[in-house]
Design a protein around this ligand. Structure first.
Ligand code: ZN
Ligand code: ZN
Length: 262
């Protein structure tokens, strides 16, 4: 089953690129986001996901309800842009003078939207709930995380996960840190994890640091990040039957292996 979910993420690649590039062309500054949260809410609603808007100001929260009861886990993606002039030479360059997605938040958002679609389509196999935290204003202090938490976005949540794109093609876990990332506010409230996915690719000039006027990332990183989030959800919320199915598969595999050996 997990393989099917992961394949569905791969199949969402073109859609993720389209969402990401749309956001990239229409970036909005922290605490001034209007169209971005609207777009997110309407995409989630289009999937049949229950949506709460204006959470803590401009945040959007979606809730995916699994068929069976279980834990609740939250996945977070930020969606604000920066007061930087886009100096890249790409067809999807920012159309807003002096404003740019130079921190990959367009990618985070597109990834979480694809993850939401796959989970909603497979909610029959979920035991528990997935809360989608689309957060405004990560770049400006105090970030949107605090106000979203104050507005109850973590109520009933057992664990919270977030990700950021950077560096080489790896998936690594880092310790909670307060340094320049307001995800730490969620981790003050709930257990969870913040992970980085590799998004650098010299071949397409995606080798500038975050907040650089030429910052870009390898869009394939969205597939990797999406798979990471899907695997986390699967680990926490795959229903009992699914677990049985998984154990049965492992048992069959082991039996097959033994048969081959003997
Ligand atoms: Zn940033
Ligand atoms: Zn950022």
């Amino acid at each position: 089953m997990i393989n099917r979910w992961l394949n569905q993420i791969e199949e969402s690649f073109a859609q993720m690129v389209e969402w990401r590039r749309h956001m990239h062309q229409h970036p909005e500054l922290s605490f001034q986001e209007v169209e971005t949260p609207k777009m997110i809410a309407s995409i989630l609603e289009g999937f049949g996901i229950e949506v709460r808007i204006n959470v803590g100001g401009r945040g959007v929260v979606g809730i995916i309800r699994g068929k069976n009861p279980g834990k609740t886990i939250a996945l977070r993606a930020d969606f604000d842009a920066l007061p930087i002039q886009d100096e890249k030479d790409v067809p999807y360059k920012s159309k807003v003078n002096g404003v740019m997605h130079a921190c990959g938040h367009d990618g985070h958002t597109a990834t979480l939207l694809a993850v939401a679609k796959v989970l909603q389509e497979n909610r029959e196999q979920l035991a528990g709930k997935v809360v989608l935290l689309h957060q405004h204003a990560e770049e400006m202090c105090p970030g949107g995380a605090i106000s979203m938490i104050e507005d109850g976005c973590l109520e009933g949540v057992d664990a919270v996960f977030g990700k950021k794109s950077m560096g080489e093609n790896t998936l690594i876990e880092i310790d909670p840190s307060m340094g320049g990332e307001d995800f730490a506010y969620y981790l003050k409230e709930k257990p969870g994890m913040f992970f980085y996915t590799g998004a650098r690719n010299e071949k397409i000039q995606a080798n500038y640091p975050h907040h650089h006027p030429k910052f870009n990332f390898d869009e394939q990183a969205m597939v990797m990040a999406g798979k990471g989030l899907i695997s986390i959800v699967h680990h926490y919320l795959a229903s009992e039957e699914t677990n049985k199915e998984r154990k049965a598969n492992v048992a069959t595999e082991e039996a097959n292996n033994e048969a081959i050996i003997s």
